[in-house]
Design a protein around this ligand. Sequence first.
Ligand code: ADP
Ligand code: MG
Length: 699
Amino acid sequence: MKLFEVLSKDIQYVKNVGPQRAKVLKKAGVNTLEDMLYFIPRDYEDRRKIKKIGQLRPGERAVFIGEVWSASVVEKRTDIFEVIFRDDTGIIKAKWFNFKASAFKKRFAEGKRFLVVGDVRYNRYERCLEVVHPETRDYELVDLEKFARILPVYPSLEGVGQKTVEKIVDSCIKELEAVYEEYIPASILSSRSMPSLPEAFRIVHFGLDEPEKLKARRSRGHYRLIFEEFFLTQVALAMRRAGVRRIKGIAFNTNSQLLKRFISSLPFELTSAQRRVLKEILNDMAKPEPMNRLIQGDVGSGKTVVAVAASLVAVDNGYQVAFMAPTEILAEQHYRNIREMTKGLSVNVALLTSSTPRGEKEIILRGLLSGAVNIVVGTHALIQERVNFKALGLAVIDEQHRFGVMQRKALREKGENCDLLVMTATPIPRTLALTVYGDLDVSVIDELPKGRKPVITRVITPKDREKAYAFIESQLRKGRQAYIVFPLIEESEKMDLPSVLEMYPLIAERFKEFRVGLLHGRMNGQEKERVMREFKEGKIHVLVCTTVVEVGVDVPNATVMMVEGAERFGLSQLHQLRGRVGRGEHRSYCLLMTSSEKVGSTSYMRLKVLEETTDGFKIAEEDLKIRGPGELLGVRQSGLTEFRVADILKDREILQDARRAAFNLIEEDFALMKPENRLLKEVLERKGILERLSYVEGG
Ligand code: ADP
Ligand code: MG
């Protein structure tokens, strides 16, 4: 395809560019012709409406015709040149700070008329309207036809002016037009009255639509560009999903006695959300194709119980289950919980981590191979080469965003087209889930077990530290426990942030009547485990730690979560930390302390969100606004959340539209084999979208 040759052409060799300008453009990230096309105006200026001076309002960028009434260097401020323009409705001042007085005096001769474009503001001291450094054109010389249009406003480039950018873009569009063949199906374009790609660039770059639509990124051109970006990834996702559907998997018999016994043995009733999600999972498991399901549920919503129920169905069918967690502490805890939950059901559960003693490890490995072990819980140790199963039927991955995509894939490949269940307590806003997990089915446990009281959250500053300690002490006296979490292990010269090692002795001294434990990532596995166990057993009252306690740790007697340097954490992460308390019958508290009194007001307001809501989805949306999707999910490598024009947050409705179109298309032609879809397939391949996808969830 000629198209890709043109798109990847070095910007230097585009007409009107040359080495000098190319240097400037490349510095701004514009390396190819395609980059130039996607160098989208950041705003538009409507020059079609020429106003009377009397109509001008502060805050607007306006065009008016003014006659020079006076022009001179300001007497008291000789660094300012001032022109007073007038028409029959009023006057306005124009000011320049860089000027050659003689040239300016000559240009702005009294009585001469100018077309003036500038940002109007109100000068409070002089009590008049003014424009600073406006653009001025000799009215008699202006070609009004050419002038009166919607002008693109590009991000400024040192040394390449706006008009030059327009000229270069024009050359790029012409080159694109010469080789362009449409690859988005005609019916999809026409039903949305979307233009071709070159036409879309023309509209976007040269402002050929309503100014309001252009400014709102909703011109026909913008729509095409945004739609296209979403559409291509969604087509790829739909293809992947359709592909998985055609693989033969295990059709489990879900009418399981073991499952029934398990459910009736639980000391509680499943919530209706848990029942619904379990049903969705069992439906998938019964089908003769591999399950690809994500369970989303806030911390404490009871995902683990549901996953264990599904596991027992696999076990009852003679298959094995691998249950992978991101940390040893978590794996250990899952192991103990699962053993406890399945007591009396004759299920053999094993724990495999990197600190499992060698002899024990050999026994487990043999048990996996022979089928004697039914459920193995573990960390990354599960995906080592030496781990082999007799018949792995279900892979469960907890806190899946903590794993690299390759690791998830590796676990799954321990079985033969086994079912996959991934769980996350980092609620992914639905729109984002559609993009990132587009080929996963998503179940949401959107209900907490009855009787849970929401955690009371307060944002505080360091001057409140002693008050916070006094509060913690009052809780300890009632027999409760507390976490105090720090952003750093050790003091750092670069950042003025509190650290565990620095604060631990002080806290131990402050709470000397109690036992204060220390937990951080640099301790060895055994030590960590000992501290965690003692905390769990209530022997340690205050746990001073880093975020190693973040996920999944379950100590119902702990009622205070204090986080120091809280502004350093993402909101979702804080929400996770907060989820460590409020897990038992007692009222719980979360104290978020900033690292200094003077933390910026945006950081402060951001933390305040946590005071107001415990809805993980809302919190994730806030996070997404601030941090962007890649960081939130740790999926930067997937490249699925980074677009040139499209924005997952602002363009949700276009994402939905593109997704629908893509999935319908793949329904009709799942491998894009029809001749009319050949170009589309080639574009997906050439853009590397299919390839990138193979690293994403589910594969
Ligand atoms: P998650 O993994 O979603 O954070 P867990 O599965 O660890 O949540 O459950 C949190 C706690 O709630 C556990 O102690 C669990 O036994 C308990 N639990 C789970 N489901 C229910 C329920 N339906 N009613 C009461 N308690 C429940
Ligand atoms: Mg959990």
